[in-house]
Design a binder for this molecule. Structure first.
Ligand code: DCM
Ligand code: DCM
Ligand code: DCM
Ligand code: ZN
Ligand code: ZN
Length: 264
């Protein structure tokens, strides 16, 4: 996601934290975040160049056209190093944060960075094209038009759908967009939310589930009907916006549920 998608997911998540998780997040956030997780939710994108090793941790490449994901087959980087993908990163930073032992604890890890990475990667794994096909790099090599503008399909899903919704329906105001998703979470999605929060027994987080949903959504909605030089406009926007809203909601709910389990 772009900054707005990550902001939305972290806003939703922070509003759903238990007291213990809220306190731990406050302790771990850097001073300049002013206790606002959303304000640093894109930090991992800003350090991709400083922390070159981290750039492979934002996505998963799956086999072309298969529309399935398997950890052992797919979670590796371009050199084939196992575990180096967004699902592996979520497991890794969750494990690091499980070692948090209160405000004055000493971990061998930088748990501030672990929190910022986990919050960001929980977002990215819910962007359908961050669990996309290998040969097109998650839609990065598919040229399209977003209305009249030249764009790549990946960026349409990272940013354009969200930005167009914000401009059209919320007066270009991100808070209005976030509030609308929050409303849906407590009304039309209320029964589903319990399932989103649940992880298999004894697990703190379930990235394999989130990634499997992601590649399915990529095939059913992101790639569907799109070819090189397609023009994507109202029909695509109107039919795909509900999927974007759903994935942002799931990302926020699951980030909160994971942090609540970590610090609970
Ligand atoms: N892992 C996973 N899904 C799998 C297999 C493993 O999420 N199907 C995670 C669990 C551990 C990490 O990968 O956090 C390392 O697993 P292993 O010890 O199996 O390599
Ligand atoms: N940090 C951040 N955003 C920045 C700079 C730093 O979130 N623009 C966080 C990440 C580190 C801590 O503050 O946990 C120290 O960062 P640095 O890597 O700059 O020393
Ligand atoms: N990306 C992806 N799958 C890939 C490569 C990149 O999902 N195989 C993501 C990471 C960034 C965006 O696409 O969000 C652009 O990547 P880059 O800056 O590497 O072109
Ligand atoms: Zn992206
Ligand atoms: Zn990212």
């Amino acid at each position: 996601w772009g900054t707005e998608g990550h902001f939305t997911i972290c806003k939703i998540a922070q509003s759903r934290l238990s007291k213990a998780a809220e306190d731990a997040v406050k302790q771990l956030l850097p001073e300049y975040a002013n206790n606002d997780l959303a304000s640093v939710c894109s930090w991992a994108d800003n350090v991709k160049f400083r922390y070159h090793w981290s750039s492979a941790l934002h996505f998963i490449d799956t086999p072309d056209k298969l529309c399935t994901y398997q950890y052992n087959r797919d979670c590796k980087d371009e050199d084939g190093v196992k575990g180096r993908c967004v699902a592996g990163a979520i497991n890794n930073y969750t494990t690091q944060l499980l070692g948090y032992d209160g405000a004055s604890s000493q971990s061998e890890y930088n748990l501030t960075e672990a929190l910022l990475f986990l919050s960001h990667f929980m977002g990215d794994i819910h962007q359908p094209l961050h669990v996309g096909f290998t040969s097109d790099r998650g839609g990065n090599t598919i040229d399209v038009h977003w209305y009249t503008r030249k764009q790549v399909l990946h960026h349409v899903w990272d940013s354009n759908i969200i930005e167009t919704a914000e401009e059209r329906f919320y007066d270009s105001n991100i808070d209005g967009f976030v509030d609308a998703i929050q409303q849906n979470i407590t009304t039309k999605w209320a029964d589903l939310v319990k399932k989103w929060e649940t992880c298999s027994l004894n697990k703190t987080t379930c990235p394999d589930i989130y990634a499997s949903e992601g590649i399915k959504a990529a095939c059913d909605w992101a790639y569907k009907g799109v070819t090189e030089d397609s023009t994507l406009e109202d029909e695509y926007f109107n039919s795909r916006l509900p999927i974007v809203n759903l994935r942002l909601a799931q990302g926020g709910v699951r980030l909160a549920a994971t942090l609540n389990r970590i610090f609970g």
